[in-house]
Design a protein around this ligand. Structure first.
Ligand code: IPE
Ligand code: IPE
Ligand code: MG
Length: 241
């Protein structure tokens, strides 16, 4: 798609999802502890939020902590929990002032009571904001999300013939939101790592070797420019034929 006068592609993703990977390798390359990489990753999030608003992206979903990440060394897990807590303390008012609606996807119950309380408060405070929805995937697993959906569907006594895509969507953490248009993964891996398994069925993928702390506005612009050149066919024949 041709670039417009403002240098932005004509079609930007409405819903962007990011697998923020490479914090550890970023730190290692600088002889820093892994947690320094995670802190740099959080700093970067601020830049990316600003860029998303500038580019007109309406929903940003970030993969911050997976159900598998509990298996990391205890000190790293604790550090990541502390980082989430201090980000909420430090950034919540500014996010709110910027019209960001915070949401959490994943299992809150796995987190400490204090952290759960902070996340709930942040969600409540920002619930009516409409500039940008920020879904934070924390203690999130795509399989876990499907398991909790199926359990609730059974518990609610839904008859089998009423189970369709719309109903399953309704039972997911992302209920009511459109599926991601573009999935960006930083740090070069070519896998989903249990991220949004149901919602990504027709998402476009973009992988870059750039580590997450270095993934800035220009890198995001490259990703969405690349996205704008894709033809999304959804199983149909190309428009040109
Ligand atoms: C991503 O960075 C952040 C989390 C998974 C919490 P990593 O910590 O996975 O960084 P690498 O992959 O080891 O470089
Ligand atoms: C995916 O990154 C999870 C997050 C970014 C939170 P990982 O670093 O945990 O994924 P793998 O281990 O490379 O698949
Ligand atoms: Mg990683």
């Amino acid at each position: 798609m041709a670039d417009q006068a403002n240098g932005l592609p004509e079609h930007v993703p409405y819903h962007l999802a990011v697998i923020m990977d490479g914090n550890g390798r970023w730190a290692k390359a600088r002889n820093l502890p892994r947690l320094a990489g995670h802190r740099a990753g959080v700093e970067n999030l601020r830049r990316i939020l600003r860029a998303c608003s500038e580019f007109g992206i309406k929903i940003l979903t970030i993969y911050a902590f997976s159900t598998e990440n509990w298996g990391r060394p205890e000190a790293e897990v604790r550090g990541l929990m502390n980082i989430l807590e201090s980000v909420i303390d430090r950034e919540l008012n500014q996010l709110h002032a910027n019209g960001v609606q915070l949401r959490h996807i994943g299992e809150l119950s796995g987190l400490s009571p204090v952290l759960q309380q902070k996340v709930r408060r942040a969600i409540e405070l920002t619930r009516n904001n409409d500039q940008l929805i920020l879904n934070v995937a924390f203690n999130y697993g795509g399989r876990q999300e499907l398991i909790q959906a199926f359990r609730r569907i059974v518990k609610d006594g839904i008859p089998p013939e009423e189970i369709d895509e719309t109903l399953i969507d309704y039972y997911l953490y992302t209920a009511g939101q459109p599926d991601p248009d573009l999935i960006v993964r930083t740090a070069g891996e070519m896998r989903l790592s249990n991220f949004l398994l149901w919602q990504c069925s027709y998402a476009e993928y973009y992988s870059t070797p750039v580590y997450w702390p270095d993934f800035d506005r220009e890198e995001l612009l490259k990703a969405i420019t690349n996205y704008a050149q894709r033809e999304r066919r959804f199983g149909l024949v190309p428009q040109s034929s």
